[in-house]
Design a protein around this ligand. Structure first.
Ligand code: HEM
Length: 363
């Protein structure tokens, strides 16, 4: 048969479910992901929530290791080496049961451009599963939602996808459905900047090493976006479509020159461009750690497209909200984007073998 039929070198991997932080957070954006928000059933108290977290922690470990969790009705679907991670979070209302709410963890105020649909908003619990393979994601979510049944029922589900592998197999930043390179300005994983941005170190003791997550479902009008010229599209963001480089640079990670002007005296990175308005230097140094998942939703012959915008920060009110308000007031992109869902969650720190998620809050 020759070398053509030789099996490819294994490139798949497992991600440990244990650690200081929940492992899906600072890793790359998953290829396939599903988010489920659940509503607690009436009568579920702090002890009940603790039982669910023990149960889910066992599931999280089994699923990451590719083993069927107890009671799995489709055990053959539990496979290893698909980079599966599960991330669990608590919505603001949970802290009415438990106390010790992370400061600033409240539903976001409605912005002028928001058109929020309750069908995509809020939630008491969040489960997010990401993996290299959509079958594994669907299987894991099915298991976790089934085990939650006595305690909570699904409120909304969102499915998204992202490609952060280039044609040559190397990691790349990835693109949203406008075609833009999206994620460049993030603090780099493994740096003190990322640690400062994402992980909570003040606030309640149980939450040290945790983070918050904002989930915004943002519809993108591809029809009107496609009517723009390429240079109009690039001006709206302030970066090039080809490489993601700032309009004042040549490579993706070049610093933005926010003072540069063209021959007519106009700012090269426009006053209302998304990259300028969201840049930390224009926001008193405030930073967030973003991940996007592209989504499409089909309804017969019509398709809606958009971004499941995910933002991690230690403090929603201190870091995310001022940035959101600024973009809502002036961002050029507002013409083609509409936020239709919004939710916030506290993501507890990770856990070690023999322990379980949020045991310091619920134990
Ligand atoms: C569908 C909606 C959105 C699209 C298409 C979008 C797209 C982009 C693109 C293309 C960039 C430049 C590349 C990069 O640094 O990643 C960017 C940067 C950024 N965006 Fe967005 N974005 C959206 C919504 C938001 C929202 C809602 C926020 C926060 C409230 C936000 C915050 C940021 C930040 C902080 C940066 C990095 C700025 C820096 O260089 O420091 N974006 N976005």
């Amino acid at each position: 048969m020759g070398t053509d039929s030789a099996p490819e070198a294994p490139v798949r991997r497992s991600i440990s479910p244990y650690g200081e932080h929940q492992p899906g957070i600072a890793g790359p954006t998953p290829k396939h992901a599903e988010l489920v928000a659940l509503k607690l059933r009436s009568g579920v108290d702090k002890a009940g929530l603790g039982r669910l977290m023990r149960l889910w922690s066992g599931d999280v470990v089994a699923l990451a290791e590719g083993r069927p969790a107890p009671g799995d009705t489709a055990p053959e679907l539990a496979v290893a080496n698909v980079a599966l991670t599960t991330t669990i979070g608590f919505g603001p209302r949970v802290f009415q049961l438990t106390g010790h709410k992370p400061p600033g963890l409240d539903d976001l105020p409605v912005m002028k451009h928001d058109r929020l649909d309750p069908a995509w908003s809020g939630g008491d619990l969040l489960v997010m599963v990401g993996a290299d393979d959509a079958v594994s994601v669907v299987h894991a979510v099915r298991r976790l939602v089934a085990d939650a049944k006595p305690f909570a029922s699904p409120l909304w589900r969102q499915t998204g996808f992202w490609n952060s592998t280039g044609a040559d197999g190397r990691p790349v930043t990835g693109r949203n459905l406008f075609g833009q390179v999206d994620g460049t300005g993030n603090p780099a994983v493994g740096t003190p900047e990322l640690d400062r941005t994402v992980w909570s170190s003040d606030g309640p003791d149980w939450f040290h090493g945790g983070t918050t997550l904002v989930v915004r479902r943002i519809r993108m009008n591809l029809d009107t976006w496609d009517e723009l010229t390429r240079s109009e599209q690039e001006r709206a963001v302030g970066r090039k479509l080809s490489t993601g480089a700032p309009l004042t640079g040549t490579a993706e990670h070049d610093e933005l020159d926010l003072q540069a002007r063209d021959a007519d005296g106009r700012l090269v990175i426009a006053e209302n461009s998304h990259a300028r308005l969201s840049h930390h230097s224009e926001n008193d140094g405030r930073r967030i750690f973003r991940k996007g998942l592209n989504y499409v939703q089909d309804n017969g012959p019509t398709r809606e497209s958009g971004l499941i915008f995910l933002s991690h920060q230690a403090d929603v009110a201190g870091q995310f909200l001022p940035l959101l308000a600024r973009l809502d007031a002036a961002d050029a992109l507002n013409e083609w984007t509409t936020t239709i869902g919004s939710a916030v969650f506290a993501l507890p720190p990770g856990f070690q073998p023999g322990s379980w998620l949020a045991h310091k809050l619920l134990g």
